[in-house]
Design a protein around this ligand. Sequence first.
Ligand code: NAG
Length: 239
Amino acid sequence: MKMLTAAALCVLMILSLCSRAEATTAFDLLRASAVSYTGSLPCGEWDCECAFKRQQGCCCIEQPLFDLEEATFMRMVGLWEGLSHLNTQIEELTAGCKISFTAAMLPMSGCLGPFTSNMSIAYQSISLNQGNGYNPALGTFTAPHAGLYSFSFTAYSSVGSPGQRLYQKVQLMKNGQLIASSWEDNREDSEDSSTQTVLLQLRRGCQVYVELLSGRQLCGDTQGQNMFSGYLVYPFPDK
Ligand SMILES: *[C@@H]1O[C@H](CO)[C@@H](O)[C@H](O)[C@H]1NC(C)=O
C-alpha cells in the first residue's frame, strides 16, 4: 500500500509536469499528499529540494527512466547493426543471380557431323541469356556465380526415310567430364528425339556444354528442335 502511494506520488509529479494548465491544482494536490505522507519511499530519501523547487524532470523514477532509455537505445543500435549486416549478406547473395539461358541449333536441312572428334555443339539461336553465362559461338555455359544449376538438352535427328541409319549421340559435359548422354542407333525409324535434365553444383567459372560424339550426326532439324537450356536454381556464397 505504501509502495502504491509512493508510486502514485511520482505519477502525479510527472502528470503535473506534462500538463501546464492543471499544474497549479496538481501541484497543490501533490504538496498536500507529500506533506501528509508518513511512510518510507521505495527510491530512498524524499528529496524535497528536488521535488518542490526544481521540478523539471526531477523525480525518484528519473534514474530508472534514464537507464531504460539508455538500454533501449543500445538495443536499437544493436538491432540496426544486425539489420545492416543482414542486408549486406542478402545483397551479396542475390547480386547477379538472375541466371538463365535457352538456345537452339539454327534450323538445317542437312546434317551436323560426322566429325572425327567429339565436337561441342554451338546452339546459336538464343532466346534467353540472362546473366550472359552462355556463349553461342562456343556453345559453352560458364557459371557467373556458384550455385545449384539445372540443365536440359534435347537431341533430335531425322534422316529422311526408314532404312537409313539414325546414328546420334550427344553428351552433356562439365569441365571436360561426362555428366549425361543420350543416343540412338537404328534403321527402323527415321526420326527420334530425347531430352535429359540434370542438376549440377557449380563453382563460379565452371563450364558446361553439349558435345556431338565423333562419327555421329544430327540431321534434318529444320525447326531448331536441338536445344540446350539452363538456369540457376539457387546460389551458393562465392568463396
Ligand atoms: C568422346 O566421348 C566419348 C564418350 O564419352 C569418350 O569415350 C571419348 O574418349 C571422347 N573422345 C575424346 C577425344 O575426348
